[in-house]
Structures are given as structure tokens and as C-alpha cells.
Design a protein around this ligand. Structure first.
Ligand SMILES: Nc1ncnc2c1ncn2[C@@H]1O[C@H](COP(=O)(O)OP(=O)(O)O)[C@@H](O)[C@H]1O
Ligand SMILES: [Mg+2]
Length: 345
């Protein structure tokens, strides 16, 4: 609680957050997931839910603090889980061995007792270990066992009551489809919802994530691309228009194009800070002129970045040498090449 300066009353502090284990996702969420909340991570099989949750628990676990409980509906032996986790850079054996992170399976009880198995198990876990975070992977699997909507609602009512009373932050994972979001009661109790998906882009698949709900806070809307790497999710928040100041002073400096005749025609060259389109058919000299511009900059101590989707670095080096430069020397003077194969574009 913080004190309100004007009235002296106290009011709830700004929403406390916990890190998602991913700096970019934290930015998209305006600081992370809300703590003491229920968060849904949804998406088709293989979309990255489990990896996201695992990166999150390793980022939040610390020895000596309240533990983190990972409840799975599968009956996988811990060795198998560990073997899979070991490939990721966020894996920390100490956090598992010390009990800061505990993996437990719900599979058997669910198979025997159905949905009713969850609440007693949660109550027991909360009493004995007081976890600060509980992950249920997959909550959809539990939903699938429910025999009626009233049963599901009653269970959710009890679960959210328990979690709130003991200040637990929960993450429910599941293979939900879009239409289930408006139908299933677990989404009504959720404070935050993040969807992970894959989209076909030509012959490639592209992964993206989207925040569907974040109670009490704004967030960056839209589709954010990501890839899965050894470090977990690597998120690329979507581009948004930068704030442009109402008034600023444009630079009137000219930069030499590296071609004397062209500089004369263009009153000294191109504007610094400007963008110039060089267009022409194959063999017209676009690459040569662009290279002359970059090399002229190098002569004046200005580093240059050449982004290329056509010639690879070896082919470009040949063009640079034919302009009378040594390729290594150009690189020493600040030439940077960024090459992406057109196939991947
Ligand atoms: N080290 C890795 N590098 C790149 N991709 C990986 C790596 N490990 C797993 N993946 C990808 O992650 C996906 C599985 O993600 P996962 O979190 O298990 O999905 P979900 O829980 O949503 O079913 C797999 O499809 C696989 O392609
Ligand atoms: Mg999974």
C-alpha cells in the first residue's frame, strides 16, 4: 500500500509484476505478468507454451524463497523432464535439486477421480510448501475431464479462491482454440491471457505471440514474432511508429556520393539523414554506386552498413576489390556487411 499524498488515505500500490523470464515479453506486457493472478498461456501443440513456462519458472525461482510448483498432467518421469530441460541455457540444476522448483504429476489422480482431484491436491500443496508460483500444464487436459459446466465452474471458484488467499501466481497452459476463449469459464477468471501460434508464411512457418488480456494495465497489442532457441523464446516486438517530435531541426549537410559528377549535379551529394532510392535495371550500376558511397564514407572516417539480399559477402568483396580497395582494410575502417539469402526472405 502506498499513501495518497493529498488525502492521507492508503490505496493499493501499482500492480506488482513478475518477470516472464523474457525481457521483450516483459516490455510487451508493460513490465511482466501481474503477480497473485491467474494467467493463461494458450496455443496449439508445439507452439512453445511449455518452454515459455519453463523459462519463466527458472527466472523466478531462488533458493531460500517460496518454491515454484510445476504440475503436469502427463506422467513423465523427472529424468525425462530434466533431460529435455538441460538443452536450455536457463536450466539451473541447483534450482531443481534444492527444491526451489518442484515438478509433480497430477496424471494418476485425475485419471482416477476426475476434475475433483485438483482442489484437494492444490490445497495440500499450498499448505505444505506455500509455493509462490504454480504452473498447471495442461489445464485444458483437466477441462477435458470435466463432466459438466457446473462442475467446472465450482472447481474454478475454489481454485481461484485458494490461489488468492495464499498469494499464489498461477499459469494455466492449454491447447485452446479461439472459439473456446469466449465459452470456457477458465478464461473468465483469468487476469492475463497470452496466445502462442504458428502462421504459414509462403513455404515457411512463422511463430508469433499475442496478448489477449491483461487486467488493469495496458500492453502492446498485435502479433509479435518469436523464435524458439536454446535460450527459450526470442521475441521481436512488432514495429510501432516512433514518437516524432513536433519540431526539430533537419540537418542540411550533404554527403558525397563518391562520384564527382553526381555530387556536382546534387549540390554536393545526398542529404545526411535522408533516404535515397537508387533504381535501375540489372547491370545499371546500383551496387557499384552504393559501394562507392560507402567507401567514400570510410575514407572520411564514417563507418557504413551494407545490407544485401543478393550478392553474398564473397561476391561483394570482389566488387569492392575491383573499385581499388582491399576488402579487409575496408572492414577495418568500418565496413559492415549484413547478408540474408533471398531464399529465406
Ligand atoms: N532448442 C530448441 N531450438 C529450437 N526450437 C526448439 C528447441 N527446443 C524445442 N524447440 C521447438 O519448440 C517446440 C515445442 O515447444 P513446447 O513449449 O513444448 O510446445 P507446447 O508446450 O506449446 O506444446 C517444438 O515444436 C520445437 O520445434
Ligand atoms: Mg507442452
Amino acid at each position: 500500500m502506498t499513501s495518497n499524498r493529498d488525502t492521507g488515505e492508503s490505496r493499493p500500490a501499482r500492480l506488482d509484476r513478475i518477470t516472464s523470464g523474457n525481457a521483450q515479453l516483459d516490455d510487451i506486457l508493460s513490465g511482466g505478468f501481474p503477480s497473485n493472478s491467474i494467467n493463461m498461456l494458450m496455443g496449439e501443440p508445439g507452439s512453445g507454451k511449455t518452454i515459455l513456462a519453463e523459462a519463466l519458472i527458472f527466472a523466478n525461482a531462488s533458493v531460500g524463497d517460496r518454491p515454484i510448483l510445476y504440475l503436469t498432467t502427463l506422467s513423465e518421469p523427472l529424468e525425462k523432464v530434466v533431460r529435455y530441460l538441460q538443452q536450455f541455457s536457463f536450466y539451473d540444476e541447483e534450482k531443481l535439486m534444492s527444491g526451489a522448483i518442484r515438478y509433480e504429476s497430477l496424471g494418476e489422480e485425475l485419471a482416477q477421480t476426475g476434475v475433483g482431484a485438483l482442489v484437494p491436491r492444490l490445497r495440500e500443496a499450498i499448505k505444505t510448501m506455500s509455493p509462490k508460483i504454480i504452473v498447471i500444464d495442461s489445464f485444458k487436459a483437466i477441462h477435458d475431464l470435466s463432466t459438466s459446466l457446473p462442475e467446472m465452474r465450482k472447481m474454478l471458484y475454489e481454485v481461484s479462491g485458494l490461489l488468492t488467499a495464499y498469494e499464489v501466481t498461477a499459469f494455466f497452459l492449454g491447447e485452446y482454440s479461439d472459439d473456446q476463449v469466449s465459452l470456457f469459464p477458465e478464461f473468465a477468471v483469468a487476469d492475463a491471457m497470452v496466445e502462442l501460434a504458428r502462421k504459414k508464411q509462403g513455404t515457411r512457418d512463422e511463430r508469433y505471440l499475442r496478448v489477449l488480456k491483461l487486467r488493469g494495465s495496458n500492453y502492446q497489442e498485435g502479433l509479435h514474432a518469436f523464435r524458439i532457441t536454446q535460450g527459450g523464446l526470442d521475441v521481436f516486438p512488432r514495429l510501432t511508429s516512433p514518437d516524432i517530435p513536433l519540431r526539430y531541426t533537419a540537418n542540411n549537410d550533404r554527403l558525397s556520393t563518391g562520384v564527382t559528377g553526381l555530387d556536382k549535379i546534387m549540390q554536393g551529394g545526398v542529404w545526411a539523414g535522408g533516404a535515397t532510392l537508387l533504381e535501375g535495371p540489372t547491370g545499371a550500376g546500383k551496387t557499384t554506386l552504393a559501394l562507392q558511397f560507402i567507401l567514400e564514407g570510410l575514407k572520411r572516417g564514417e563507418p557504413g552498413l551494407y545490407v544485401n539480399f543478393q550478392e553474398n559477402p564473397t561476391q561483394l568483396a570482389r566488387s569492392i576489390e575491383s573499385l581499388g580497395w582491399n576488402f579487409e582494410e575496408a572492414q577495418r575502417k568500418g565496413l559492415h556487411l549484413l547478408y540474408a539469402s533471398p531464399v529465406e526472405l
